[in-house]
Design a protein around this ligand. Structure first.
Ligand code: NAP
Ligand code: MG
Length: 482
């Protein structure tokens, strides 16, 4: 009997893609001063649409539009009124959820199951959550009169395009700021659909401005003198460059950078659940996740059992057409990222780690990389230290909790960690010893708008989500700041 899954593709027509997209500035869809650039579907390498890119001069126009909207309208509006717009945007995302999921999957390469079940609902949830805060800021523990900062410049990466946009825009608006934001060059489309939702919600012109383009536009935006606060998510290298260039300007910055999270499995953990958590931790979104559990630390006494079960489970992951509802692992977002994953995994081979590759077949076209597990990994290897940002797991072992803590913290990063154990006391002890902004217990890669997210060390600073995330968009005079 044939037990293979039948193809179950979502229809690309649901995405209602247009041939050409424009930027969104001052409440209008306008051409940028840059070139028209195609955005491609990484699963097929075919162009999806062309996008009018900003020129550097557009940055000034967008920042001025945001300033005018701030001083004339948005900063004068009551929190309750601001909240109504955020609720409308949240509903607009929910109403166009299926379309947005398709657009995201086509442009990014992530499985439709993930864009449909995680990215889009969580994006809507961020607007709902922050809508509720807009009229309660004086009661949030920031002192009696928290004030907005002004115009916020935001730059986001390609791994969660719509979700990162919502994660950035919603708290900024709830706090009373206006926004100029740049999506990543390979994934502009879902944010431009969000622009339509924002326009349909009747948001006053200039409150949100979207500039398409590459790193030069991001750089011009964060360095523009009219910006009061910078919020950046992306690589540590670019984050460092931004911090350097903004030093001494007095501008508030939050940086969400890379990670190399330890997912720590103790010998008393429920092994089958832990295996699911390891898989979700590093193969979710092809491992293009800053908080991915890319280092498995497993207690030596159960290492063989865990690795055996892990290989069995990973062998069942279905890799292929991201639009197929049964696909678990989709396409790598770009040729450049695929090259980086290949380079780093080759370094794993040459440094002596043992590579195991899922036996799944790879499609003939598109950027794909099979789920990969390295064992015999030592802490000094590049695959244990550098962020691979792909479906690649490095397995290390430990004997005692102290050794697990020492190895987990032996990284320049500190974004997230996972702990798998039956003992509640051990969870609490590990959580306080791990230098990571988020510690998941007996789960991994869970996101909620009410929970603060952010890093230590080279993973950046500042928090997003929850009251701490709101504080990053407010002038609180440090009074009662959390
Ligand atoms: P990136 O180069 O830091 O890009 C992030 C965003 O910053 C993009 O919108 C990018 O534009 C823009 N940008 C590039 N140079 C800039 C500059 N000098 N000033 C201001 N903005 C600039 O990261 P990436 O190329 O997307 O990915 C590279 C590595 O970053 C990954 O391998 C991974 O290690 C890490 N990463 C981390 C996260 C995270 O969530 N923490 C997310 C994505 C990537 P372009 O799109 O035009 O480059
Ligand atoms: Mg694309």
């Amino acid at each position: 009997m044939d037990w293979d899954y039948a193809p179950a593709p979502e229809s690309a027509a649901i995405g209602r893609l247009r041939a050409r997209y424009q930027m969104f500035v001052g409440g209008q869809f306008v051409d940028g001063r840059g070139a028209d650039v195609a955005t491609i579907n990484p699963a097929t390498e075919s162009p999806l649409a062309t996008v009018s890119w900003a020129g550097v001069d557009d940055v000034d126009i967008a920042v001025k539009a945001a300033r005018t909207a701030y001083s004339r309208v948005w900063s004068k509006m009551s929190g309750a009124e601001r909240g109504k717009y955020l609720f409308r945007i949240a509903r607009g995302i929910a109403e166009r959820a299926r379309e947005l999921a398709v657009v995201e999957t086509l442009d990014n390469g992530k499985p439709i199951r993930e864009s449909r079940d995680v990215d889009v609902p969580t994006a809507s949830a961020h607007f709902f959550y922050h809508a509720g805060w807009a009229d309660k800021l004086q009661h949030a523990g920031f002192g009696p009169s928290p004030r907005p900062l002004g115009v916020v410049g935001q730059v986001i990466p390609w791994n969660f395009p719509l979700l990162m946009a919502s994660w950035k825009i919603a708290p900024a608006l709830a706090a009373g700021n206006t926004v100029v934001i740049k999506p990543a060059e390979t994934t502009p489309l879902s944010m431009l659909v969000l622009a339509e939702i924002i326009a349909d919600a009747g948001l006053p012109p200039g409150v949100v401005n979207i500039l398409t383009g590459a790193g030069d536009i991001g750089s011009a935006l964060v360095n523009h003198p009219g910006i009061d606060k910078v919020a950046f998510t992306g690589s540590t290298a670019v984050g460092k460059a931004i911090q350097t260039s903004l030093a001494g300007t007095g501008r508030k910055i939050t940086l969400e950078l890379g990670g190399k999270a330890a997912n720590i499995v103790f010998d008393d953990a429920p092994i089958d659940q832990a295996v699911e958590g390891i898989v979700n931790g590093v193969f979710f979104n092809q491992g293009h996740v800053c908080c991915a559990g890319s280092r498995l630390l497993v207690q030596e006494s159960i290492a063989d059992e865990v690795i055996g079960k892990l290989r069995d489970r990973v062998s069942t992951l279905r890799l292929g057409d991201p639009m197929d509802k049964n696909t678990d692992v989709g396409a790598i977002n770009s040729a450049a990222q695929l090259k980086r994953i290949r380079e780093l995994t080759a370094a794993g081979d040459s440094e002596g780690a043992q590579r195991w590759t899922s036996p799944c077949p790879l499609p003939d076209r598109g950027y794909f990389f099979p789920p990969t597990v390295f064992t015999d990994v030592s802490q000094s290897m590049r695959i244990a230290r550098e962020e691979i940002f792909g479906p690649v797991l490095s397995v290390l072992t430990f004997r005692t909790p102290d050794e697990a803590i020492a190895k987990a913290n032996n990284t320049p990063y500190g974004l997230s960690a996972g702990v798998w154990t039956e003992k509640g006391s051990r969870i609490l002890g590990m959580a306080s010893a791990l230098r990571a902004g988020v510690v998941w217990a007996n789960t991994f890669n869970r996101f909620d708008p009410s929970a603060a997210f952010g890093g230590y060390k080279e993973s950046g600073f500042g928090r997003e989500g929850g009251p701490a995330g709101l504080a990053a968009y407010l002038d609180t005079d440090d009074e009662g700041e959390r």
